[in-house]
Design a protein around this ligand. Sequence first.
Ligand SMILES: *Cc1c(COP(=O)(O)O)cnc(C)c1O
Length: 407
Amino acid sequence: MPRATRSHSPHLSSAPPSPPTAAPSPGRSTIAVHGGTDRPRAGRETDAPVVTPIYQSVNHIQAFGTAEGLRYPRYGTGPNAEIVQRRLAQLEGGEAALVLGSGMGATACALLALLRPGDHLLASAWLYGGTHRLLTQEFASMGIDVTLVDPTEHRGWRRRLRRETRAIFVESPVNPTCRVLDLTPVTLLTKEAGLALVVDSTFASPINFRPLEHGADVVIQSTTKFLNGHHDTLGGAVVGTAPYIEEVREKMTVWGQAPDPFACWLLERGLKTLDVRVRRQNESAMRIAEWAAGRSEIRRVHYPGLETHPDHAIAATQLDGFGGMLAIELAGGGKAADRFVRRVSLWLHAPSLGGVDSLVSEPRYTSHAEMSPEERAALGVPDGFLRLSVGIEDADDLIADLERALR
Ligand SMILES: *Cc1c(COP(=O)(O)O)cnc(C)c1O
């Protein structure tokens, strides 16, 4: 049995649960609006602003004779960063969180805090393009060996485990195919072998999926997507135990991956509506998926809410909502997709996802542009595949626009 004999401890076991308190824990929408602020006290102060001010200052007056309480945005200790960090930890159900300059910054620093040269990482083969490059090119050049595993082949994880394996990295739901991974076989292995399980759940947001409740040790979010939700700021987050987050903070500090105060402020504002946005997006995506499933011009619909989806049963038990992302494959292939993206008017032809504006994109011109049509098809992304990010417009209008574009 490969035991994790670590020279560097990632401190992943949580502190014992705190004793029950009288107050019931707030719901997710309440956390999204108030989490991480000091409202009860601030609420008694006449004139206190309802909205957190932007502390657009990189320097803060320091106390004498101590390094305690030193604030500097690059360390993640600016006031705007600290508020969103506490709020995100509460939303994910984790001990602590760190916000970074981008989702990629979050993934890189989260893994750099776990892996050293000579270590081995097992990762799902179904990854966001940027993550795939980070793991297979950058980490390889740093002496960190990465093995990609077909995540549907449950025994594959164990077979590829080595003495040097330190962590498992998965993305779920998967961009852009909307597959949903069953975390159970992976968590059995990570618990048994003492490995860290890192989950990128950007596609779901903590409203629909909280990996820590399912045995994950670390959660990664590209806050650029659902968490900010307004297409106006880049960011990332890592959530885990407090000692582990301190290690990620050290990486963020030296690699310079911290966000600017204004980006944190925009993220805080976006978070306030997270719950209502995501619920609406879930509802509209379901309606659009059902509509699409009945159209002859659409060969396949990829949405975990549909009973025909290969992961519907897993999604129904693991997720609280099926999400605002779906994909369709046009029967007319690449040519039909070209025509379609030119004919939609409400849906904007743009990459990225998770915001209030509905977007349509073709992976062959974005994340999968460097692959051949055959390679893309093998990954489940054939020509004619369109990824839809459902916004908060009226679902009737969104469907009418799609219908017009199909005609
Ligand atoms: C967008 C995305 C990322 C990268 O996030 P950035 O904020 O663009 O750096 C990582 N993982 C997933 C699943 C994404 O969709």
